[in-house]
Ligand binder design. Structure first.
Ligand SMILES: Nc1ncnc2c1ncn2[C@@H]1O[C@H](COP(=O)(O)OP(=O)(O)OP(=O)(O)O)[C@@H](O)[C@H]1O
Length: 390
Protein backbone atom coordinates (compact mmCIF):
# COMPACT_ATOMS: atom_id res chain seq x y z
CA UNK A 1 0.00 0.00 0.00
CA UNK A 2 1.32 3.41 -0.87
CA UNK A 3 0.47 6.86 0.42
CA UNK A 4 0.13 8.00 3.98
CA UNK A 5 -3.10 6.26 4.83
CA UNK A 6 -1.53 3.80 7.17
CA UNK A 7 1.37 4.98 9.37
CA UNK A 8 4.79 3.55 8.72
CA UNK A 9 5.08 0.35 10.71
CA UNK A 10 8.36 -0.83 9.22
CA UNK A 11 10.27 -0.57 12.51
CA UNK A 12 7.57 -2.23 14.54
CA UNK A 13 6.95 -5.89 15.25
CA UNK A 14 3.75 -7.01 13.55
CA UNK A 15 1.57 -10.08 13.67
CA UNK A 16 -1.08 -11.39 11.31
CA UNK A 17 -4.20 -13.11 12.57
CA UNK A 18 -5.55 -14.86 9.47
CA UNK A 19 -6.45 -18.14 7.76
CA UNK A 20 -3.10 -18.01 5.94
CA UNK A 21 -1.14 -18.08 9.19
CA UNK A 22 -3.40 -20.78 10.61
CA UNK A 23 -2.87 -22.92 7.52
CA UNK A 24 0.91 -22.48 7.87
CA UNK A 25 0.81 -23.78 11.44
CA UNK A 26 -1.37 -26.72 10.35
CA UNK A 27 1.16 -27.50 7.62
CA UNK A 28 4.04 -27.36 10.13
CA UNK A 29 2.14 -29.80 12.33
CA UNK A 30 1.43 -32.22 9.52
CA UNK A 31 4.88 -32.09 7.94
CA UNK A 32 7.21 -31.75 10.89
CA UNK A 33 5.10 -32.74 13.88
CA UNK A 34 5.76 -29.29 15.34
CA UNK A 35 2.98 -28.13 17.69
CA UNK A 36 3.57 -24.39 18.35
CA UNK A 37 -0.09 -23.46 18.72
CA UNK A 38 -1.92 -25.38 21.43
CA UNK A 39 -5.71 -25.66 21.63
CA UNK A 40 -7.79 -25.83 24.81
CA UNK A 41 -8.58 -29.51 24.24
CA UNK A 42 -4.89 -30.24 23.45
CA UNK A 43 -6.13 -31.64 20.15
CA UNK A 44 -3.95 -31.09 17.07
CA UNK A 45 -4.95 -28.03 14.99
CA UNK A 46 -5.76 -30.32 12.09
CA UNK A 47 -8.41 -32.13 14.10
CA UNK A 48 -9.80 -29.06 15.87
CA UNK A 49 -12.84 -27.01 14.96
CA UNK A 50 -12.52 -23.48 13.52
CA UNK A 51 -13.30 -21.84 16.84
CA UNK A 52 -10.76 -23.93 18.74
CA UNK A 53 -8.09 -23.14 16.13
CA UNK A 54 -8.69 -19.40 16.10
CA UNK A 55 -8.75 -19.09 19.89
CA UNK A 56 -5.47 -21.00 20.04
CA UNK A 57 -3.85 -18.85 17.35
CA UNK A 58 -4.91 -15.63 19.09
CA UNK A 59 -3.41 -16.82 22.40
CA UNK A 60 -0.21 -17.64 20.54
CA UNK A 61 -0.12 -14.17 18.94
CA UNK A 62 -0.83 -12.34 22.21
CA UNK A 63 2.04 -14.20 23.87
CA UNK A 64 4.39 -12.81 21.16
CA UNK A 65 3.51 -9.22 22.30
CA UNK A 66 3.34 -7.60 18.83
CA UNK A 67 3.39 -3.79 18.37
CA UNK A 68 0.59 -4.03 15.82
CA UNK A 69 -1.82 -6.69 14.69
CA UNK A 70 -3.53 -7.16 11.33
CA UNK A 71 -6.74 -9.19 11.58
CA UNK A 72 -7.83 -10.60 8.26
CA UNK A 73 -11.46 -11.75 8.12
CA UNK A 74 -11.26 -14.11 11.06
CA UNK A 75 -14.92 -13.98 12.07
CA UNK A 76 -16.24 -15.73 8.95
CA UNK A 77 -17.27 -19.04 10.43
CA UNK A 78 -17.09 -18.32 14.12
CA UNK A 79 -20.11 -18.71 16.38
CA UNK A 80 -21.42 -15.85 18.51
CA UNK A 81 -19.71 -16.96 21.75
CA UNK A 82 -16.33 -17.52 20.12
CA UNK A 83 -16.63 -14.16 18.34
CA UNK A 84 -17.42 -12.48 21.65
CA UNK A 85 -14.43 -14.21 23.29
CA UNK A 86 -12.06 -13.15 20.50
CA UNK A 87 -13.50 -9.62 20.38
CA UNK A 88 -12.91 -9.26 24.13
CA UNK A 89 -9.29 -10.42 23.85
CA UNK A 90 -8.58 -8.13 20.89
CA UNK A 91 -10.31 -5.17 22.56
CA UNK A 92 -8.02 -5.60 25.56
CA UNK A 93 -5.03 -5.91 23.26
CA UNK A 94 -6.06 -2.72 21.42
CA UNK A 95 -5.38 -0.66 24.55
CA UNK A 96 -1.66 -0.76 23.80
CA UNK A 97 -1.39 -2.42 20.39
CA UNK A 98 -2.42 -0.92 17.08
CA UNK A 99 -5.04 -2.99 15.27
CA UNK A 100 -5.92 -3.04 11.59
CA UNK A 101 -8.97 -5.13 10.79
CA UNK A 102 -9.83 -6.36 7.30
CA UNK A 103 -13.48 -7.37 7.04
CA UNK A 104 -16.07 -7.85 4.35
CA UNK A 105 -19.22 -8.10 6.47
CA UNK A 106 -20.29 -4.92 8.22
CA UNK A 107 -21.52 -6.83 11.27
CA UNK A 108 -17.97 -8.13 11.82
CA UNK A 109 -16.53 -4.64 12.53
CA UNK A 110 -14.93 -4.57 15.96
CA UNK A 111 -16.55 -1.99 18.21
CA UNK A 112 -13.35 -0.09 19.03
CA UNK A 113 -12.39 0.51 15.38
CA UNK A 114 -12.34 4.27 14.85
CA UNK A 115 -11.57 4.69 11.17
CA UNK A 116 -13.11 2.65 8.35
CA UNK A 117 -12.00 2.63 4.73
CA UNK A 118 -13.59 0.77 1.86
CA UNK A 119 -12.05 -0.53 -1.37
CA UNK A 120 -13.92 0.77 -4.40
CA UNK A 121 -12.63 0.02 -7.88
CA UNK A 122 -9.12 -0.46 -6.58
CA UNK A 123 -9.09 2.73 -4.44
CA UNK A 124 -9.49 3.17 -0.72
CA UNK A 125 -12.18 5.64 0.31
CA UNK A 126 -13.53 6.62 3.71
CA UNK A 127 -16.60 4.52 4.50
CA UNK A 128 -19.73 6.57 5.12
CA UNK A 129 -22.39 4.57 6.88
CA UNK A 130 -25.21 6.93 5.89
CA UNK A 131 -24.50 6.53 2.17
CA UNK A 132 -25.13 2.84 2.25
CA UNK A 133 -26.36 1.74 5.60
CA UNK A 134 -26.70 -1.87 4.67
CA UNK A 135 -23.48 -3.09 3.16
CA UNK A 136 -19.94 -2.69 1.99
CA UNK A 137 -21.47 -2.90 -1.47
CA UNK A 138 -18.89 -4.08 -3.96
CA UNK A 139 -21.07 -6.20 -6.24
CA UNK A 140 -23.22 -4.89 -9.05
CA UNK A 141 -25.92 -7.41 -8.19
CA UNK A 142 -27.89 -9.82 -10.36
CA UNK A 143 -31.63 -10.25 -10.43
CA UNK A 144 -32.69 -13.81 -11.04
CA UNK A 145 -35.60 -13.31 -13.40
CA UNK A 146 -35.77 -16.55 -15.42
CA UNK A 147 -37.23 -19.65 -13.80
CA UNK A 148 -35.02 -22.69 -13.19
CA UNK A 149 -35.06 -25.68 -15.58
CA UNK A 150 -38.19 -27.80 -15.07
CA UNK A 151 -37.71 -31.45 -14.13
CA UNK A 152 -40.32 -34.22 -14.39
CA UNK A 153 -41.06 -35.78 -11.02
CA UNK A 154 -42.25 -39.29 -10.38
CA UNK A 155 -45.24 -39.94 -8.12
CA UNK A 156 -44.51 -40.15 -4.38
CA UNK A 157 -41.14 -38.42 -4.74
CA UNK A 158 -42.13 -35.50 -2.46
CA UNK A 159 -42.29 -37.52 0.72
CA UNK A 160 -39.13 -39.57 0.23
CA UNK A 161 -36.73 -39.80 3.15
CA UNK A 162 -33.24 -38.77 2.00
CA UNK A 163 -31.26 -38.72 5.23
CA UNK A 164 -32.25 -40.37 8.50
CA UNK A 165 -30.19 -40.36 11.70
CA UNK A 166 -31.53 -42.59 14.43
CA UNK A 167 -29.92 -42.06 17.86
CA UNK A 168 -26.50 -41.45 16.35
CA UNK A 169 -23.68 -41.07 18.90
CA UNK A 170 -20.04 -40.42 17.97
CA UNK A 171 -16.87 -40.29 20.08
CA UNK A 172 -13.37 -39.24 19.07
CA UNK A 173 -11.12 -41.32 21.28
CA UNK A 174 -12.75 -40.96 24.69
CA UNK A 175 -14.41 -37.62 23.85
CA UNK A 176 -18.16 -37.71 23.11
CA UNK A 177 -18.99 -35.43 20.16
CA UNK A 178 -22.57 -36.33 19.15
CA UNK A 179 -25.07 -37.66 21.68
CA UNK A 180 -28.05 -39.60 20.38
CA UNK A 181 -28.92 -37.44 17.37
CA UNK A 182 -32.19 -38.24 15.57
CA UNK A 183 -33.05 -36.24 12.47
CA UNK A 184 -34.68 -36.74 9.10
CA UNK A 185 -34.43 -34.76 5.84
CA UNK A 186 -37.12 -35.43 3.23
CA UNK A 187 -37.34 -34.51 -0.46
CA UNK A 188 -37.80 -30.84 -1.15
CA UNK A 189 -37.19 -29.69 2.43
CA UNK A 190 -34.91 -26.73 3.17
CA UNK A 191 -32.90 -27.13 6.39
CA UNK A 192 -30.27 -24.99 8.06
CA UNK A 193 -27.94 -26.82 10.47
CA UNK A 194 -26.62 -24.54 13.21
CA UNK A 195 -24.52 -25.06 16.33
CA UNK A 196 -21.49 -23.46 17.95
CA UNK A 197 -17.95 -24.17 16.76
CA UNK A 198 -16.89 -27.67 17.69
CA UNK A 199 -20.47 -28.90 18.23
CA UNK A 200 -20.13 -31.46 15.44
CA UNK A 201 -21.68 -29.93 12.30
CA UNK A 202 -18.80 -31.03 10.06
CA UNK A 203 -18.81 -34.44 11.73
CA UNK A 204 -22.50 -34.81 10.80
CA UNK A 205 -21.81 -33.76 7.23
CA UNK A 206 -18.99 -36.27 6.97
CA UNK A 207 -21.50 -38.99 7.93
CA UNK A 208 -23.67 -38.02 4.98
CA UNK A 209 -21.28 -36.92 2.28
CA UNK A 210 -17.87 -38.11 3.36
CA UNK A 211 -16.31 -41.43 4.08
CA UNK A 212 -16.15 -41.08 7.87
CA UNK A 213 -15.59 -44.63 9.24
CA UNK A 214 -17.40 -43.54 12.43
CA UNK A 215 -20.65 -43.68 10.42
CA UNK A 216 -20.50 -47.46 10.18
CA UNK A 217 -22.25 -49.27 12.98
CA UNK A 218 -24.59 -46.28 13.43
CA UNK A 219 -28.24 -46.26 12.41
CA UNK A 220 -27.97 -43.91 9.43
CA UNK A 221 -30.13 -44.35 6.34
CA UNK A 222 -29.15 -42.44 3.19
CA UNK A 223 -31.51 -42.46 0.22
CA UNK A 224 -33.28 -45.52 1.60
CA UNK A 225 -30.08 -47.55 2.09
CA UNK A 226 -28.53 -48.27 5.48
CA UNK A 227 -25.00 -46.81 5.77
CA UNK A 228 -22.48 -49.64 5.88
CA UNK A 229 -24.63 -52.13 3.98
CA UNK A 230 -22.33 -52.25 0.96
CA UNK A 231 -23.46 -49.02 -0.77
CA UNK A 232 -20.75 -47.24 -2.71
CA UNK A 233 -19.64 -43.73 -1.80
CA UNK A 234 -19.87 -42.95 -5.51
CA UNK A 235 -23.60 -43.84 -5.57
CA UNK A 236 -24.22 -41.50 -2.66
CA UNK A 237 -22.17 -38.68 -4.15
CA UNK A 238 -24.13 -38.97 -7.39
CA UNK A 239 -27.26 -38.02 -5.45
CA UNK A 240 -25.73 -35.01 -3.72
CA UNK A 241 -24.77 -31.60 -5.05
CA UNK A 242 -22.12 -30.13 -2.77
CA UNK A 243 -20.65 -26.70 -2.29
CA UNK A 244 -18.28 -25.36 0.33
CA UNK A 245 -16.27 -22.13 0.25
CA UNK A 246 -13.15 -24.31 0.59
CA UNK A 247 -13.91 -25.77 -2.87
CA UNK A 248 -12.88 -22.58 -4.64
CA UNK A 249 -9.25 -23.33 -3.78
CA UNK A 250 -9.45 -26.38 -6.06
CA UNK A 251 -10.39 -24.40 -9.15
CA UNK A 252 -7.26 -22.84 -10.59
CA UNK A 253 -7.66 -23.97 -14.21
CA UNK A 254 -8.64 -21.52 -16.90
CA UNK A 255 -12.03 -23.06 -17.72
CA UNK A 256 -14.80 -21.10 -19.41
CA UNK A 257 -17.90 -20.35 -17.33
CA UNK A 258 -20.14 -22.46 -19.61
CA UNK A 259 -17.80 -25.47 -19.45
CA UNK A 260 -17.59 -25.14 -15.70
CA UNK A 261 -21.36 -25.55 -15.43
CA UNK A 262 -21.57 -28.48 -17.89
CA UNK A 263 -18.74 -30.31 -16.08
CA UNK A 264 -21.19 -30.74 -13.17
CA UNK A 265 -22.77 -33.61 -15.14
CA UNK A 266 -19.50 -35.52 -14.98
CA UNK A 267 -18.23 -34.47 -11.53
CA UNK A 268 -14.92 -33.42 -13.02
CA UNK A 269 -12.94 -30.21 -12.79
CA UNK A 270 -12.59 -29.35 -16.46
CA UNK A 271 -14.56 -30.82 -19.36
CA UNK A 272 -13.18 -34.09 -20.75
CA UNK A 273 -16.36 -35.66 -22.18
CA UNK A 274 -18.63 -34.35 -24.89
CA UNK A 275 -21.91 -33.36 -23.33
CA UNK A 276 -25.20 -34.39 -24.95
CA UNK A 277 -27.53 -31.79 -26.48
CA UNK A 278 -29.89 -32.17 -23.53
CA UNK A 279 -27.04 -31.49 -21.10
CA UNK A 280 -25.94 -28.42 -23.06
CA UNK A 281 -29.52 -27.11 -23.01
CA UNK A 282 -29.78 -27.42 -19.24
CA UNK A 283 -26.42 -25.70 -18.74
CA UNK A 284 -27.51 -22.87 -21.07
CA UNK A 285 -30.71 -22.52 -19.11
CA UNK A 286 -28.69 -22.04 -15.90
CA UNK A 287 -26.44 -19.51 -17.66
CA UNK A 288 -29.54 -17.47 -18.51
CA UNK A 289 -30.84 -17.68 -14.95
CA UNK A 290 -27.50 -16.29 -13.74
CA UNK A 291 -27.49 -13.62 -16.49
CA UNK A 292 -24.20 -15.04 -17.70
CA UNK A 293 -25.18 -16.44 -21.09
CA UNK A 294 -23.42 -13.65 -22.99
CA UNK A 295 -20.21 -14.13 -21.02
CA UNK A 296 -20.29 -17.96 -21.07
CA UNK A 297 -16.94 -18.21 -22.90
CA UNK A 298 -15.22 -15.92 -20.42
CA UNK A 299 -12.79 -17.48 -17.94
CA UNK A 300 -14.41 -18.63 -14.70
CA UNK A 301 -11.54 -17.14 -12.69
CA UNK A 302 -12.23 -13.66 -14.14
CA UNK A 303 -15.53 -13.55 -12.22
CA UNK A 304 -15.83 -11.95 -8.78
CA UNK A 305 -15.79 -14.32 -5.80
CA UNK A 306 -19.54 -13.93 -5.39
CA UNK A 307 -20.31 -14.73 -9.02
CA UNK A 308 -17.90 -17.71 -9.00
CA UNK A 309 -20.04 -19.18 -6.25
CA UNK A 310 -23.24 -18.76 -8.24
CA UNK A 311 -21.61 -20.68 -11.10
CA UNK A 312 -20.55 -23.48 -8.75
CA UNK A 313 -24.11 -23.74 -7.44
CA UNK A 314 -25.36 -24.10 -11.01
CA UNK A 315 -22.63 -26.72 -11.54
CA UNK A 316 -23.86 -28.65 -8.50
CA UNK A 317 -27.50 -28.35 -9.62
CA UNK A 318 -27.39 -29.35 -13.31
CA UNK A 319 -27.73 -33.03 -12.39
CA UNK A 320 -30.85 -32.14 -10.44
CA UNK A 321 -29.60 -33.91 -7.31
CA UNK A 322 -32.16 -34.94 -4.65
CA UNK A 323 -29.99 -33.19 -2.02
CA UNK A 324 -27.86 -30.03 -2.15
CA UNK A 325 -25.38 -29.55 0.71
CA UNK A 326 -23.94 -26.07 1.33
CA UNK A 327 -21.16 -25.98 3.91
CA UNK A 328 -20.50 -22.44 5.25
CA UNK A 329 -21.22 -21.20 1.72
CA UNK A 330 -21.16 -17.43 2.30
CA UNK A 331 -17.84 -17.49 4.12
CA UNK A 332 -15.58 -14.77 2.69
CA UNK A 333 -18.35 -12.97 0.77
CA UNK A 334 -19.27 -9.34 1.35
CA UNK A 335 -22.80 -8.36 2.41
CA UNK A 336 -24.11 -7.86 -1.10
CA UNK A 337 -22.73 -11.06 -2.56
CA UNK A 338 -23.97 -13.06 0.43
CA UNK A 339 -27.48 -11.65 -0.08
CA UNK A 340 -27.32 -12.52 -3.78
CA UNK A 341 -26.14 -16.04 -3.02
CA UNK A 342 -29.00 -16.57 -0.55
CA UNK A 343 -31.47 -15.27 -3.13
CA UNK A 344 -30.36 -18.04 -5.50
CA UNK A 345 -30.66 -20.67 -2.76
CA UNK A 346 -34.19 -19.51 -1.90
CA UNK A 347 -35.06 -19.77 -5.58
CA UNK A 348 -33.78 -23.36 -5.76
CA UNK A 349 -35.81 -24.16 -2.64
CA UNK A 350 -39.04 -22.82 -4.11
CA UNK A 351 -38.68 -23.91 -7.75
CA UNK A 352 -37.16 -27.40 -7.50
CA UNK A 353 -37.71 -30.56 -5.48
CA UNK A 354 -34.06 -30.65 -4.38
CA UNK A 355 -33.76 -30.73 -0.58
CA UNK A 356 -31.24 -28.21 0.78
CA UNK A 357 -28.97 -28.64 3.78
CA UNK A 358 -27.38 -25.27 4.55
CA UNK A 359 -24.72 -25.55 7.25
CA UNK A 360 -23.76 -22.36 9.06
CA UNK A 361 -24.25 -20.88 12.48
CA UNK A 362 -24.68 -17.51 10.78
CA UNK A 363 -28.17 -16.14 10.29
CA UNK A 364 -28.36 -14.63 6.81
CA UNK A 365 -31.01 -11.91 6.72
CA UNK A 366 -32.67 -12.99 3.49
CA UNK A 367 -32.24 -16.79 3.67
CA UNK A 368 -35.56 -18.60 4.16
CA UNK A 369 -35.00 -22.14 5.45
CA UNK A 370 -38.19 -24.09 6.33
CA UNK A 371 -36.57 -25.67 9.38
CA UNK A 372 -33.52 -25.17 11.55
CA UNK A 373 -31.77 -28.08 13.29
CA UNK A 374 -29.56 -26.98 16.18
CA UNK A 375 -26.70 -28.81 17.87
CA UNK A 376 -26.23 -27.85 21.51
CA UNK A 377 -22.77 -28.67 22.83
CA UNK A 378 -22.21 -30.36 26.20
CA UNK A 379 -19.54 -32.48 27.90
CA UNK A 380 -21.53 -35.61 27.13
CA UNK A 381 -21.65 -34.75 23.42
CA UNK A 382 -23.94 -32.45 21.41
CA UNK A 383 -27.66 -33.04 21.41
CA UNK A 384 -29.84 -31.97 18.50
CA UNK A 385 -33.33 -30.48 18.19
CA UNK A 386 -35.40 -28.30 15.91
CA UNK A 387 -35.00 -24.60 16.73
CA UNK A 388 -38.25 -22.72 16.13
CA UNK A 389 -36.91 -19.26 17.02
CA UNK A 390 -33.80 -18.87 14.84
N1 LIG B 1 -10.46 -36.74 13.49
C1 LIG B 1 -10.69 -36.18 14.67
N2 LIG B 1 -9.98 -36.58 15.76
C2 LIG B 1 -10.22 -36.03 16.96
N3 LIG B 1 -11.12 -35.05 17.21
C3 LIG B 1 -11.83 -34.61 16.17
C4 LIG B 1 -11.65 -35.14 14.84
N4 LIG B 1 -12.51 -34.49 14.02
C5 LIG B 1 -13.20 -33.60 14.78
N5 LIG B 1 -12.79 -33.67 16.07
C6 LIG B 1 -13.34 -32.88 17.20
O1 LIG B 1 -14.76 -33.05 17.16
C7 LIG B 1 -15.39 -31.83 17.57
C8 LIG B 1 -16.46 -31.47 16.52
O2 LIG B 1 -15.81 -31.00 15.37
P1 LIG B 1 -16.58 -30.49 14.07
O3 LIG B 1 -15.53 -30.02 13.13
O4 LIG B 1 -17.52 -31.53 13.61
O5 LIG B 1 -17.39 -29.24 14.67
P2 LIG B 1 -18.13 -28.07 13.88
O6 LIG B 1 -19.44 -27.86 14.57
O7 LIG B 1 -18.17 -28.37 12.42
O8 LIG B 1 -17.16 -26.86 14.17
P3 LIG B 1 -16.86 -25.53 13.29
O9 LIG B 1 -18.13 -24.71 13.25
O10 LIG B 1 -15.82 -24.83 14.07
O11 LIG B 1 -16.38 -25.98 11.95
C9 LIG B 1 -14.30 -30.78 17.72
O12 LIG B 1 -14.04 -30.58 19.09
C10 LIG B 1 -13.09 -31.38 17.04
O13 LIG B 1 -11.92 -30.99 17.71
Amino acid sequence: MSGNLIPDFSNLKGALFSEIILNKFIEEETRHGQFDVVTETKNSLLHSSEGERKKALLNHIIAQKPDYLVIDNVFGNLDVLTQAHIEKEITQLSENTRIIQIANRQRDFLSFITEIWVFKEGQLEPFKETENSNSLNTSEGVQFVDTLPKVEHSAGEEEQSLVKFNNVSINYRERPILNSISWEIKSGEFWQLIGPNGSGKSTMLSMIFGDNPKAYGQDIILFGVKKGSGESIWDIKQKIGYFSSEMLRGFTRRDAIGNMIVSGFFDTVGLYKTPTNAQIKIAQHWLRVLNMFDIRKQCFLSLSRGHQRLVLIARAMVKNPPLLILDEPTNGLDDNDAALFCELINKIATETNTAILYVSHRKEGNLKPDNVFELTASDTGSTGAINFDF
